[in-house]
Design a protein around this ligand. Structure first.
Ligand code: AMP
Length: 214
């Protein structure tokens, strides 16, 4: 099962990706999480990536593509994976297709979690992320049972810099310009599935599970 999650920032694709990964026992590979881990560990890559991320811009391909594609060659990915946040541009999607083709593989589904722009900004201002493990919550839709602390590791929950309203607007315009074309790209390959991301997260998940089990 090789799945790419599509959707605007804040559409809930990360939450769904984690739920799919848990149910179907495949790793959740998030390019954003890989960058955030590098930032947390103070690596050179993390320092470079942060400059772009804090402005709501995409990290350049030369810092992104090899890093993510290499992650897919790890042993835990041999039965599949859920890709979240990658690819984000047509060139990234083409490079991924070529890398898969070389090893005789292909993506099974691209799942678009569809949420209109109007809903995104309000949603993202309520988003909270754990400084320790990166788990995400929403103060209204998916609150932590431990209040201001993470249910998983107990660390503090914060509003990520890139979830602040001014950065969200930039991320949305970057999404429309660079990432949304992937919807047509994967539709052209016949692997696109769309779900209504405005529903309750459990209903979104039920819709995705119905697609995967059809
Ligand atoms: P995410 O957690 O997926 O929303 O990613 C957070 C930020 O990391 C994005 O706004 C980008 O700056 C950067 N990023 C994540 N994935 C990619 C990618 N595939 N290509 C370029 N930049 C990325």
């Amino acid at each position: 099962m090789k799945i790419v999650m599509l959707g605007a920032p804040g559409a809930g694709k990360g939450t769904q990706a984690k739920m799919i990964a848990a149910k179907y026992q495949v790793p959740h590979v998030s390019s954003g999480d890989i960058f955030r881990a590098n930032i947390k560990n103070g690596t050179e890559l993390g320092k470079k990536a942060k400059e772009y991320m804090d402005q709501g811009l995409l990290v350049p391909d030369e810092l992104t593509v090899d890093l993510v594609i290499d992650r897919l060659s790890w042993e835990d990915c041999k039965n599949g994976y859920i890709l979240d946040g990658f690819p984000r541009t047509i060139p990234q999607a083409k490079t991924l297709d070529e890398a898969l083709e070389k090893i005789g593989e292909h993506l099974d589904y691209a799942i678009d979690v569809d949420v209109p722009d109007e809903n995104i900004v309000t949603r993202m201002s309520g988003r909270r992320a754990c400084v320790g493990c990166g788990a995400t919550y929403h103060i209204v839709y998916n609150p932590s049972k431990k209040g201001e602390n993470c249910e998983v590791c107990g660390d503090q929950l914060i509003l990520r810099d890139d979830d602040k309203p001014e950065t969200v607007q930039k991320r949305l315009s970057v999404y429309h310009e660079q990432t949304q074309p992937l919807i047509d790209y994967y539709a052209g390959q016949g692997i696109l599935k769309s779900v209504d991301g405005t529903q309750d997260m459990n209903d979104v998940f039920a819709a995705i599970a119905a697609i995967l089990e059809a």
